[in-house]
Design a protein around this ligand. Structure first.
Ligand SMILES: Cc1cc2nc3c(=O)[nH]c(=O)nc-3n(C[C@H](O)[C@H](O)[C@H](O)COP(=O)(O)OP(=O)(O)OC[C@H]3O[C@@H](n4cnc5c(N)ncnc54)[C@H](O)[C@@H]3O)c2cc1C
Length: 432
């Protein structure tokens, strides 16, 4: 028998479990361990609450989770409740699928002022992540600034811009819906250090901005290169740029909320008395390598909310080699040390879609097959259970999760798929 521990129940964790199941059939036991009592990582806590069809991918993981060879071990944090060294004693292979849940710091003066949030925290707040439920952002100022030119910046912008009616069918949590209903935001500025041709935004997400009930996106035609240059772009980016060009057409009249794309704009400082009141931005231009270089021209944008969507990193875990510059575990093609692997965002860093994690999982299953043979006589899940019982750790099982989920569905407001529990205590209490 082979014993495998996968740390993290997001897409990378479940694709790895699926791949190991296919690889070894009944001759494997896989424990998917998560620090939270609920599974699926960023599918639950990252993917936008108004993108329910994307969240539906979790159903695919349910089939894996319910099989006899795989078990979910929730409410167990590796590094706190059990160490990597202990897991290595118990399992033939330990796979870190812990994602990249920490914000990359916004390294400019004033970044710690009130009203300035990283996107992991802000997105976690509206998606009901227990660690960010108390964030309590204020929406009482007319200006909000979103830093970054990727899809996370678009998600945050869209959630800020939508009306309560537009969010009705989403699973945004009650505290966020209530906070946003009081919003006084009139202008959302999206800052990008480079130009429209350098964005990392996909056409579908950009297109959605053009169909909002009370908000209109705006771009400045002067920011674009000649139309003919779009032909040089990769097709997806070209479609995105077409949307951006469309946003520069004259508007039909005033709208309650304007979404302004401010390209060639590098944040250099945040200012305010305890709470952010303005962001200082430096105009940039591109050098020959397409890097943004400051021009010295500076201006201020008044704002009471700043959300920085500039990337994520993996928190280090004791005993695991770490690549500080890239904010991920040091690995060679997913191998960290003998018997220790990483996968998904913990391996590659924060890039790619949910589906990108699938080949990662299959790669790791191949490595494990090559490295561990038919397995050893390690204790596996029986050993983990004994250790956690000794430490009085309250394991949440996948059946418990299904009960918690049913309770979330039962208490949902009309039209919403569920109303999430946002504290670990409430999640655990809901399993009955
Ligand atoms: C805001 C946002 C929106 C996104 N929207 C989309 C989208 O619309 N479509 C799309 O295709 N992709 C989207 N993505 C990307 C997608 O979510 C990622 O590709 C994917 O979630 C990465 O999977 P992962 O398993 O590596 O990490 P994660 O999904 O982050 O899973 C990591 C898991 O590890 C657990 N964990 C962490 N540390 C420990 C520990 N020490 N002990 C135990 N457990 C631990 C966490 O609780 C979590 O469950 C989005 C990402 C973000 C940030």
């Amino acid at each position: 028998m082979r014993h495998i521990a996968v740390i993290g129940s997001g897409p990378a964790g479940y694709y790895t479990a699926e791949a190991c199941q296919k690889q070894f059939g009944d001759a494997v036991r896989i424990d998917v361990i998560d620090k939270l009592p609920v599974p699926y990582g960023l599918i639950r806590f990252g993917v936008a609450p108004d993108h329910q069809s994307i969240k539906a991918v979790a159903k695919r993981y349910e089939a894996v989770a319910l099989s006899d060879t795989v078990r979910f071990v929730g409410n167990v944090m590796v590094g706190r409740d059990v160490s990597i060294a202990e897991l290595a004693q118990l399992y033939d292979a330990v796979v870190l699928a812990t994602g990249a849940p920490a914000d990359r710091p916004l390294d400019i003066p004033g970044a710690t002022l009130g009203g300035v949030f990283g996107s992991a925290a802000f997105v976690g707040w509206y998606n009901g992540h227990p660690e960010f439920a108390q964030l309590n952002p204020a929406f009482d100022a007319p200006g909000a600034v979103i830093i970054g030119n990727g899809n996370v910046a678009l998600d945050v912008t869209r959630i800020l811009a939508k009306t309560p009616d537009e969010l009705a069918g989403s699973d945004i949590v009650a505290h966020a819906l209530a906070g946003l209903a009081e919003s006084k935001i009139k202008r959302i500025t999206i800052l990008g250090r480079r130009g429209p041709h350098q964005i990392a935004m996909t056409p579908k997400e950009l297109g959605e901005l053009g169909h909002l009930a009370r908000a209109r996106p705006m771009t400045d035609p002067k920011d674009f290169p000649p139309d003919a240059d779009d032909a040089l772009l990769e097709p997806g980016v070209r479609k995105s740029v077409t949307h951006l060009r469309d946003f520069s057409a004259p508007q039909d009249g005033p709208t309650p909320i304007t979404i302004e794309f401010d390209f060639f704009a590098m944040p250099v400082a945040l200012e305010g008395d305890g709470r952010v009141e303005r962001i200082i931005v430096e105009r940039t231009q591109l050098d020959a390598q397409l890097r943004a270089v400051g021009t010295g021209e500076r201006y201020a944008i008044p704002c009471g909310l700043v959300v920085s969507c500039v990337g994520y990193q993996t928190p280090p875990i004791e005993g695991v080699p770490y690549e500080h510059g890239r904010g991920r575990f040091a690995n060679s093609d997913g191998r960290i040390l003998p018997g220790l692997y990483c996968v998904g965002w913990a391996r590659r860093g924060p890039s790619g879609t949910i589906g990108t994690n699938r080949p990662d999982g299959y790669l790791i299953a191949d490595h494990i097959a090559a490295d561990i043979g038919t397995g050893s006589r390690k204790a596996g899940r029986a050993g983990l259970d004994a250790l956690l019982a000794e430490r009085h750790v309250d394991i949440v099982t996948f059946r418990d999760w299904l009960t918690i989920e049913a309770a979330e569905v039962a208490r949902a407001r009309a039209g919403a798929p569920r109303e999430k529990f946002v504290s670990v205590a409430d999640m655990i209490a809901a399993r009955g």
